[in-house]
Design a protein around this ligand. Structure first.
Ligand code: NDP
Length: 262
């Protein structure tokens, strides 16, 4: 059931921006927001993924916008946000979903010792500095409107012992929880809420197929006995984006099937 959006007239729907919206969890958030009545803009890095997503979403141009944008490239991000603002006015909902989780090369060697500084920096840049840049870019107009919703997609790996993720990924997602709290405190007096969602294992291209050994072993640790779905994360995002969630800010909400990490 749609959760509603801040403005209710069909002629002036609110606008949402979702990063990493071309596949996986982000794509389901875009789909859900379209059903909720938002105008939705999304970005991803690969043109063919963006195109495939647009084809699967089948929404009219005045409801859906997309760009090939790397969240670590400030100029690209600013250019895209300017375009969306010119078309639709200010963006009132931001979902920082884009994220990467590089796989390990050699299972026998401790992960930290295999990792170059460049690999570390790239993950921090996409997963943590990307959200920082977007919050910094969009918060002023949310403050001016005295309304905004920012939702960061974190991870169980940022809260518990990361059994599958690397140190760079775990650090980036733990950092996102800190950024969420700091931004929430900063923006709360201005009508803007900032929250983090911490999913456990959700099947997507990032996690690979259910039959993969890493996923079979992950499944054995999930008390509910199944993987989560991108749609379930999208439902939670939709609620946090809605006016009904106005008293929730600075929170990190687990969606893990009861898993708390080892
Ligand atoms: P996917 O790998 O399926 O999709 C990631 C999306 O992010 C893609 O659309 C990708 O673009 C985009 N993206 C990656 N890097 C950038 C970048 N630099 N700039 C813009 N877009 C980028 O991931 P999931 O859907 O599984 O994950 C989504 C989020 O949820 C991530 O933040 C992830 O860490 C988090 N998460 C996922 C879990 C899971 O089990 N799946 C568990 C916990 C957290 P493109 O399509 O062009 O490659």
């Amino acid at each position: 059931m749609p959760m509603g959006r801040p403005k209710t007239t069909e002629s002036d729907p609110s606008s949402a921006l979702v990063t990493g919206g071309a596949r996986g969890i982000g794509l389901e958030i875009v789909r859900r927001f379209l059903n909720d009545g938002y105008r939705v803009a999304f970005v991803a890095t690969k043109a063919n993924h963006v195109q495939r997503a647009l084809e699967s979403l089948r929404a009219p141009e005045d409801r859906l916008g997309a760009g090939v944008v790397d969240v670590t490239q400030q100029n690209e991000v600013e250019r895209f946000v300017d375009q969306i603002r010119r078309r639709w006015g200010e963006i009132t909902v931001l979902v920082n979903n884009a994220g990467i989780s590089p796989k390990r090369v050699d299972q026998e060697v401790p992960w930290l010792s295999q990792m170059s500084r460049e690999e570390w920096a790239r993950v921090i840049d996409v997963n943590l500095s990307g959200p920082f840049s977007l919050i910094r870019l969009l918060a002023p107009s949310m403050i001016a409107k005295r309304y905004g919703r920012i939702i960061n997609i974190g991870s169980l790996a940022g809260r518990a012992v990361p059994l599958i993720a690397g140190p760079h990924y775990a650090a980036s997602k733990a950092g996102l929880i800190g950024l969420t709290r700091a931004a929430a405190r900063d923006l709360a007096p201005h009508g803007v809420t900032v929250n983090c969602i911490a999913p456990g294992r959700i099947l997507s291209e990032l996690t690979g197929p259910a039959e993969a050994a890493v996923n079979r072993s992950a499944l054995s640790r999930i008390p509910i006995g199944r993987f989560g779905t991108a749609e379930e994360v999208a439902h939670l995002t939709s609620f946090l984006a809605s006016p009904m969630a106005g008293f929730i800010t600075g929170a990190t909400i687990d969606i893990t099937g009861g898993e708390f990490g080892a």
